[in-house]
Design a protein around this ligand. Structure first.
Ligand SMILES: [Zn+2]
Length: 225
């Protein structure tokens, strides 16, 4: 019985590496699949991981119809055993419905990988629909750590070193981007997300106060304006 599985986590949790590993494991067992991604850090039509691995992938545009794409492939005589769908948080909800239909009616496994929530802690539309429809949601238990050493559970958007909580939902950046005015992302624990304290401001506070940066006195919850 095929399954729709959502592997979810924060940024930096090794999702794309796991997606690539899964693709490799399937093909080593003689299974044939298709790999999809959207806004990969290396550009269109490639699935890449921070560890430097990559695979050719199909770019998911807004008008891609997964159902028609897969039925078309099968009609042309191609074999499709499974789909790997990376960056699924960026897919449209309708596209997630198409993936569920592929699982149910074509008996093809779909492994979707994505970030659950955006930099405002709101669910991405694609992730929300996956949580609603998936047979299983597997939360990737990660190595990603906040600067304080706690497990990182939230994605923060940083512009010019300062954490922001308003703006467009999708602005593709990288955790490794240079700081000046560019959009970067940093994973934080909830405590430091709520206190809007990213590593840059923590360092600045530590320099100013000469005390530990996770002291709550210098790390207050910002007033809600
Ligand atoms: Zn923290």
């Amino acid at each position: 019985m095929a399954e729709l599985v959502f592997f979810s986590g924060t940024m930096d949790c090794g999702k794309s590496t796991l997606a690539l590993q899964m693709g490799h494991n399937h093909s080593a067992r003689g299974r044939i699949g298709l790999i999809f991604t959207k806004f990969d850090r290396m550009g269109e039509s490639v699935l890449s991981s921070r560890l430097g691995l990559s695979m050719t992938a199909i770019e998911v545009t807004d008008d891609l119809d997964f159902w028609e794409h897969i039925v078309g492939s099968l009609t042309r005589g191609l074999r499709v055993d499974y789909l790997i769908c990376d960056e699924a948080q960026f897919y449209r909800p309708e596209q997630i419905d198409q993936l569920a239909r592929i699982v149910d009616e074509l008996d093809i496994d779909v492994h979707a990988f994505g970030i659950t929530a955006d930099f405002r802690t709101q669910l991405f539309p694609g992730s929300k629909r996956l949580i609603e429809l998936a047979d299983r949601v597997q939360v990737l238990q990660v190595e990603a750590l906040c600067w304080c050493g706690r497990k990182a559970t939230h994605n923060a958007r940083i512009i010019g070193g300062v954490m922001v909580v308003e703006g467009e939902q999708v602005v593709v950046g990288d955790t490794a981007a240079a700081t000046t005015g560019l959009v970067e992302y940093e994973v934080l624990c909830r405590r430091h997300y709520m206190r809007r304290m990213n590593s840059h401001s923590a360092r600045a506070a530590a320099r100013d106060a000469d005390i530990l940066p996770f002291d709550l006195d210098i790390c207050p919850v910002p007033p809600t304006a």
